[in-house]
Design a protein around this ligand. Structure first.
Ligand code: UDP
Ligand code: G50
Length: 464
């Protein structure tokens, strides 16, 4: 596909996102912000894994004609060696394997040289060395917390010097990472994600710079430790560019009853409950969560998800939540399935708290809008992100609550009690609001995240 969009002027940056809304969202936000400063192309790797990604991409490009689109059709990937693997992990592997093809297409179809690449962390295994071989500066956008970045940077060193099972990990210059918070996949050396994660971590040091979707005041100590070379000697420059600001695109789909319902609720009274775009809970836990929300006595807006890939979800709410649930809570609870405009909801004056899995985008969105959180991480990097939420005071984290792969349910009683406490805690609300103000300041002209991005573009121009 030829490039489209505005005339080619200034440095030209090409962004290569990875699979999943958690990766596509920060990339499109970065693309939109950068397009005010330089010429931006964003690659879409097709077909997408989820329907949400495919709808989002077409809406994004029609709303942001200044961001040039480059489409790449991914050749089929033989996944027979990884039965039952997470489709998003398989896609990370597939893209890395096809990276030389992608790069050749990109460079031969372009009428203007590429000044710099910004690639997703999951693609750094292949993209960092490839970019080097073509002499193109390569930056990594790290889509999770700086805390997770420090873990990724140090994990290969730990792994290579440790022969037994994974244990607590002491990252130099930082707090201990307890074994229970380490992503599930990494306990298994044969897991499709583990070698990729290790190589991605090693390649961080070979990149020209790392952009991370956080802001100075939220993760100051971690950013300092990374920049001082405590975590990895000789680590490249780390630029905190977050929270990346939401893009302005029409509603993707569904969720149309949500806004009118929120409009009718009192200020700060509603707890919003969502576990992101790809974190499915077991059915028994979903029911328990429902009873917990009911027991909390709070108003709630709950987005239910039962499958990892959205198009596979054909469960019925009534059957899922148990007979009579929806009827019992109808005066103060709204339960929806499918996609909602989370970014808009978090800005709504009725929303006063967020029960979240702590996907990093969700955390940055809560931070930007100063919404207090109750963290219930379920997998991957989410517990490490939840640690940031708890340490910063943006939220509370009940760290014994279940994690994917662990047995046992968190009872409705416990959930109800915690939700009620969160919604009653005014001190906590004030801390979250203060974090929101700091986040807003960071992203305005003069703020550290905004200026970090401007300086980066100057570097692309070769000015600095
Ligand atoms: N999101 C949304 N509506 C939904 C589910 C998710 O708008 O129904 C957005 C959410 O605002 C966030 C992204 O999708 O920007 C999900 O990323 P996150 O890192 O929070 O979690 P993941 O889905 O990757 O686990
Ligand atoms: C899912 C998971 C484990 C895990 C992550 C998941 C992440 C995401 C960010 O999304 O950490 C990330 C991806 C690749 C990488 C580094 C960081 O190399 O089950 O860790």
């Amino acid at each position: 596909m030829p490039l489209s969009g505005k005339p080619l002027t200034g440095p030209r940056v090409v962004l290569i996102p990875s699979a999943g809304m958690g990766h596509l969202t920060p990339f499109s936000r970065l693309a939109a912000s950068l397009s005010d400063l330089c010429h931006v192309t964003m690659v879409s790797i097709l077909p997408t894994v989820s329907s949400a990604e495919s709808c989002y991409l077409s809406d994004f490009f029609s709303s942001y004609p200044d961001v040039h689109s480059f489409k790449f059709e991914l050749p089929p990937f033989d996944s027979s060696a990884y039965p039952n693997a997470d489709p998003f992990f398989l896609r990370f592997e597939g893209i890395n394997q096809s990276a030389p093809d992608l790069m050749t297409h990109l460079l031969t179809k372009s009428s203007k040289p590429v000044s710099a690449l910004i690639v997703d962390i999951t693609l750094s295994t292949s993209m960092v060395p490839l970019a080097k071989s073509f002499g193109i500066p390569c930056y990594i956008l790290f889509t999770a917390s700086a805390a997770m970045l420090s873990f990724c940077a140090y994990f290969p060193t730990y792994y290579d010097s440790n022969s037994g099972p994974i244990d607590d990990i002491q990252i130099p210059g930082l707090k201990m990472v307890p074994v229970a918070t380490i992503p599930q996949a990494l306990h298994n050396p044969k897991h499709v994600f583990t070698p990729l994660f290790i190589q991605n971590g090693k390649n961080l040091s070979k990149a020209d710079g790392i952009l991370v979707n956080t802001f100075e005041s939220l993760e100051k100590d971690t950013l300092v430790a990374l920049r001082d070379g405590h975590v990895q000697p000789g680590f490249p420059p780390v630029v905190a560019v977050g929270p990346l600001l939401p893009v302005n695109i029409p509603a993707i789909s569904g969720g149309s009853e949500v806004s009118p319902w929120l409009d009718m609720q009192p200020e700060k009274s509603v707890v919003y409950v969502s576990f992101g775009s790809r974190t499915a809970m077991p059915k028994e836990q979903i029911r328990e969560l429902g009873r917990g929300l009911e027991a909390s006595g709070c108003r709630f807006l709950w987005v239910v998800k039962t499958t990892v890939v959205d198009s596979h979800d054909n469960s019925e709410l009534e059957e899922l939540l148990g007979e009579g649930f929806l009827e019992r809570v109808k005066d103060r609870g709204l339960v929806v399935k499918g996609w909602v405009e989370q970014e808009e909801l978090l800005q709504h004056k009725a929303v006063g708290g967020f029960v979240s899995h702590c996907g990093w985008n969700s955390v940055t969105e809560a931070a930007l809008h100063g919404i207090r959180m109750l963290a219930w991480p379920r997998l991957g990097d989410q517990r490490i992100n939840a640690g940031v939420v708890a340490r910063s005071g943006l939220g509370v984290w009940e760290d014994k609550w279940s994690w994917e792969g662990e047995k046992g349910l968190v009872s409705a009683d416990k959930i109800g009690k915690r939700v009620k406490e969160m919604m009653a805690d005014r001190r906590h609300m004030a801390t979250a609001q203060k974090i929101g103000e700091e986040a807003q300041i960071a992203t305005r002209p003069g703020g550290a995240s905004y200026e970090g991005l401007v300086e980066l573009v100057r570097r692309f121009e070769g000015v600095e």
